[in-house]
Ligand binder design. Sequence first.
Ligand SMILES: Nc1ncnc2c1ncn2[C@@H]1O[C@H](COP(=O)(O)OP(=O)(O)OP(=O)(O)O)[C@@H](O)[C@H]1O
Ligand SMILES: [Mg+2]
Length: 502
Amino acid sequence: MDDMILEMQGIVKEFSGVKALKDVSFAVKRGEIHALCGENGAGKSTLMKVLSGVYPHETYQGDIIFNQQKLIIHNIADAEQAGIAIIHQELALFKELPVYENIFIGNEISSRGRIHIPAMLAKTQELLQEMKLDVSPYTPVKQLVEICKALSKNATLLILDEPTASLSEGEVEILMDILGQLKAKGVTCIYISHKLDEVLRLADTVTVLRDGRTIGSRPARLLTKADIVQMMVGREITDLYPKQVHVQNEEILTVKNYTVYSSSDPDKKLVDNASFSLKRGEVLGFAGLVGAGRTELVSAIYGFHNGKCHGEVFLEGNRLTIHHPKDSLKQGIAMIPEDRKRHGIIEIMSVRTNMTLANIEKYRRTMDYIDDCQELSDANRYLERLKIKAPGLNTRIKNLSGGNQQKVVLAKYLLRKVKILILDEPTRGIDVGAKYEIYNLINSLTAEGISIILISSDLPEILGMADRILVMNEGRIKGEFVNSQDLDQEQIMHCAVGGTTA
Ligand SMILES: Nc1ncnc2c1ncn2[C@@H]1O[C@H](COP(=O)(O)OP(=O)(O)OP(=O)(O)O)[C@@H](O)[C@H]1O
Ligand SMILES: [Mg+2]
């Protein structure tokens, strides 16, 4: 069939005894956008690494037919030569560098031994224009850059492994636009995402993997979200948000007139005079666009912010002075940060150590005796409770799939005894089944009287799980909603973009 650009047949890939891909077949039509879905650890990234030369031909079994020819590649350069480019799940990007440096890093245009910046700027401008991107070559941006990078290599098959997990809404729209344009140009695209709305909106065909095998491949127009979920987890999940209400009357945290300044520009206010309170057992949602100041407000209170900030914070009526996350933890406030890759894991250590290291005091019985048994049983409990897919507790965390690494970080914080738990985008990059487990966990924590601050860009999630919702816009708290059946996304969005609440 010559309308197929790619056919992967009977792919098997093993990592020292663990079969990540057991028998995968995967076919992609020329010019389509083909979504690849599946739970954390299903094998999506591994399959794409096989295709893009990260794992060379000798290291897997099965055949790849690309443009009607058997594809034998030994490295990433071979794949690029053949027209296959991949944008990886873990971004190999230097976020702080401007666009043009990111595009040309390691590949600089030079003349007579000197790096030629004007030439790089001009080429960047050209690529950005071609992509109809209204950004200056000096702006630091993320995935969009990677796409330009891939295109500068003339790819005919572009693989995007969870490109939108950390994009703002605006950036997602630009990306959707770009993918539309690429399709019009005849570029074929494989798209991995846990955001099923996005998948249905974008894809022509959806293939689902489960546990290293192909479950099925169907035209997207014939599928609903529930169908995809069913294929992914092998059972029906009817109620995505198992919300229970455990709010008590007592106010546990009170924040008054809190202002946060930028660390790079001390005159710039990231948060302007925010006041709010949190009750025992309550889930308080923070909604707003990326950049609205939610993370800045909460992490400043927590002691994570480098710049100036002022305001008052009371815990159970007592004024708190917090300079460092350590102070917060001592008071029983824990925060699971948004950027878990940077703050969350020690790559070369085991799953178990990553979970328990920060809580070592909990297991210390005397100066030189650590209670291994308790530690092990706690770690095992969370492995099970969060359905973490790992060969064992001693596996190095870097060998886990992206989503499973996230779950380990969650477990690490859940092992602590806290009064207040701050969750910043806790389900980003996590599959539906595991999300459900996290929501159940939130319920059991609030039932124990623990209060939760939930920051999320996923509005259905906030509406599904919060008791009360604060909406931020440009550093200010613009609205407060008590969650109810009548509250909908539109009311919140309206407020998040700066509209009034009345
Ligand atoms: N380098 C490696 N060494 C050992 N095991 C690995 C390695 N890479 C992946 N695995 C295992 O292979 C399986 C599939 O992982 P993969 O990263 O492909 O999942 P995924 O579908 O991309 O998941 P996610 O949605 O979490 O990104 C997992 O069980 C993972 O632990
Ligand atoms: Mg992956």
